[in-house]
Design a protein around this ligand. Structure first.
Ligand SMILES: Nc1nc2c(ncn2[C@@H]2O[C@H](COP(=O)(O)OP(=O)(O)OP(=O)(O)O)[C@@H](O)[C@H]2O)c(=O)[nH]1
Ligand SMILES: [Mg+2]
Length: 241
């Protein structure tokens, strides 16, 4: 993996991309992360942009820029993450290509809705082709299965998702791919976050920031892939130093 680029403040920057079919929940997951960061540490959210069409589907990309490990001695973060989502609709393939350029960590968002099975398949195949064509073979990835709040009869069984990962080459590429599937529900996370905000005794520290230990389990689940992939990118950087 190439060395991390630095921004104008000389802070190392990591580029992460949420990949997946339209409606899988990429914009929602990134928005939940942004809301949580804003509540816990507003200074760590540098920018957040979503570009949607009138049907609320991403048009070009979403992008959030977040700081991690602020050091008061230097007045700088130790790291910044630029986190993008691709537009999942089939017709936006060129935008996906542009947005994915230079990616250093991938969060693959699968939709457990039965009717979306084919779209998950298409998204996995297209990403495998991108990786092949653009030399992203060493880019670490995590796989998420969203919308686990839906009733079981409306969802594709996880075993079938695992089979799809094998069929599309994702579990061959990295042996443990399907054991890495993170099941989640952005909807539950959003509802729990809204519930938390409405509660009378919002657990805040002296600076009025939401305490990290009050993160609802559902929210932890949605942000886990971002934390995992950042850790992986940094570990692989250290290994190459
Ligand atoms: N039931 C349920 N619905 C969800 C969940 N996550 C997202 N949705 C819904 O799915 C729809 C699409 O979510 P988005 O986050 O906009 O999807 P996207 O992957 O960004 O889609 P594109 O921008 O078109 O690529 C929205 O109506 C969400 O409310 C979930 O966990 N459960
Ligand atoms: Mg979107």
């Amino acid at each position: 993996m190439e060395h991390l680029k630095k921004d104008f403040d000389e802070v190392p920057v990591v580029k992460l991309v949420f990949w997946g079919a339209s409606m899988a929940g990429k914009t929602m997951a990134l928005t939940i992360f942004k809301v949580l960061k804003t509540l816990e540490d507003p200074d760590s959210v540098y920018s957040f942009l979503t570009l949607e069409d009138p049907t609320k589907r991403t048009l070009f990309f979403d992008r959030g820029v977040f700081g991690f490990g602020y050091n008061p001695l230097t007045g700088k973060d130790r790291l910044k993450a630029h986190i993008y989502t691709v537009p999942g609709q089939l017709r936006h393939i060129t935008q996906r290509e542009v947005v994915t350029s230079g990616v250093q960590g991938l969060i693959i968002m699968l939709d457990s809705t039965k009717a979306q099975f084919k779209h998950n398949q298409t998204a996995l195949i297209e990403l495998a082709e991108f990786i092949e064509n653009y030399g992203y073979k060493d880019v670490p990835f995590v796989i998420c299965l969203n919308k686990m709040d839906l009733p079981a009869e409306e969802r594709t069984p996880v075993s079938q998702i695992s089979a799809l990962l094998v069929e599309t080459g994702w579990s061959e590429r990295i042996r443990d791919a399907h054991s890495r599937v993170i099941e989640m529900s952005c909807m539950d996370a959003k509802n729990d976050l809204v519930g938390l905000l409405k509660s009378q005794n919002l657990p805040k520290d002296n600076d009025g920031r939401l305490k990290k230990d009050s993160r609802p389990e559902t929210v932890k689940r949605v942000i886990m892939p971002i934390e995992m992939i950042l850790r992986e990118v940094l570990t692989s950087q250290l290994a190459h130093m």
